[in-house]
Structure formats: C-alpha cells, structure tokens
Design a protein around this ligand. Structure first.
Ligand SMILES: N[C@@H](CCC(=O)N[C@@H](CS)C(=O)NCC(=O)O)C(=O)O
Length: 219
C-alpha cells in the first residue's frame, strides 16, 4: 500500500493527498510533526528532510527539485491518472511555477499567521524559530500586520485562474490535470486555519474549488 508521509497543512503535501484521494487507490497517511523530520531522513537514507515523501513497498519517492513534480509524476504513471498529457506539459510547467511561487508565497504566510492554532503547543517554538531563521526575526508578526496586503496579493494572483475557469470546468481542460491539484493544494493551505474563504469576486474559482474537494477519477 502507498504511504504518504506528510503534515496536514503543508502546501506541497495537500496536492499529493488530493491526487491520491482522486485516484481511489488505498493509501495510508503518516503525519510527522511539522518540525520533526527524523522519519523522513531515515526513510530517504539521509538524502532528504522535506515533505511529502511517498513509500510504495520498497521504494521511497521524494522531490528534491523545485519544479520537476517527481512525486506527482510517479503517482500519475503508477495509477494511470492522465494528469500530465504530453501536449499540455509546456503550459502546465509554466503554471505550476506560478502556483508554487506567487500563490504559495501568499497562502503559506496567511496560514502561518495562525500557527499557534494550527500546531500543538509543543511544536510552536521550533516552528517559529524555523520561520524566523528563514525569513527574519518577527516575520510572522509582520505578516499578521500585513494580512490585508497579502490577502489582496492572493486575490490578484488568482484573477487569471478565475478567467480560465469562466470558459471551462478545469484550468486547462474539461478534466482535471496536475495544475488543478497543485492550485487546489495551495488554496487548502490558505483555508486550513478556518479564518478565510475564497474571494467572493471569484465565483468560478469557488465553484471549481467545491468540485475539486471531492472529484474522483472514473476509469
Ligand atoms: N519540491 C518539493 C517541495 C516540498 C517542500 O518545500 N516541502 C516543505 C514543506 S511544505 C518542506 O518540507 N521544507 C523543508 C523543511 O520544512 O525543512 C515537493 O514538491 O515535494
């Protein structure tokens, strides 16, 4: 059975989880604390500490690149999901870079504002320290002060997707491709704290999001 090693609000784990649910394959979720990666380190034989990783029998799959989608492509092939049709590879790879930079940059900050609610008390110190080491002292407090600015940036960055969804049911096609799951995962990260909803100005995106929550492959 496929095992997904993850933590629940990770913007990079959420697309993988939804792809697995979409596939109808049986899989098991193994949650690790957001700041404690010894299981990941051990399973990858000291090659990687990020999440997600996948265990599939004897194989361990992880994506140590910024833009190759190694895990999603592995699942796509193995489970025959058709998420990466060759004739859409170029458009998808431009879109997933935008999704994982512009969109994710806003969603993770907006969610991290609520890290004390999202994490058990025992994990909060290491989480704050990790963020401050990466983004500077007081970064989360700053994001909290700039919350409206980040919400506006997110809404603006989502406009092109709203336009795409005015013309078809999914971003590039009449069926979901990888970029649908990628954007969905980032938005689930944004919505995780329960403090936000998708912009009222973007009804097509809201409808698509509702559909993406439960869609399953028909084979
Ligand atoms: N390219 C990787 C990126 C994964 C990633 O950035 N994961 C974050 C969590 S959302 C992570 O584990 N970062 C390293 C860390 O937190 O120490 C993928 O798509 O799987």
């Amino acid at each position: 059975m496929i095992e997904l090693i993850q933590f629940p609000f990770s913007p990079f784990c959420l697309p993988t989880r939804r792809i697995l649910e979409f596939s109808s394959a049986t899989f098991k979720i193994i949650n690790v604390p957001a700041q404690e990666r010894s299981l990941v380190w051990k399973l990858t034989q000291q090659q990687y500490y990020g999440v997600p990783i996948i265990r599939d029998g004897k194989q361990i799959i992880f994506d140590d690149t910024d833009d190759q989608q190694i895990i999603a492509k592995y699942l796509d092939q193995k489970l025959e999901l058709g998420l990466f049709p060759a004739d859409r590879e170029g458009e998808q790879s431009i879109l997933w870079r935008f999704i994982e930079n512009e969109i994710e940059g806003a969603t993770f900050r907006l969610n991290d504002i609520y890290y004390r609610e999202n994490l058990p008390a025992s994990d909060q110190l290491q989480y704050l320290r990790f963020k401050e080491r990466k983004f500077g002292r007081g970064c989360i407090e700053q994001w909290r002060q700039d919350q409206k600015v980040w919400l506006h940036k997110l809404e603006t960055a989502l406009v092109p997707f709203e336009h795409m969804l005015a013309h078809r049911e999914f971003l590039l096609s009449e069926r979901p491709l990888f970029v649908d799951f990628d954007l969905f995962g980032m938005l689930e990260n944004f919505l995780f704290s329960g403090h936000y909803s998708l912009p009222k100005s973007q009804p097509n995106l809201r409808e698509w999001h509702r559909c993406m929550q439960t869609i399953q492959i028909v084979k």
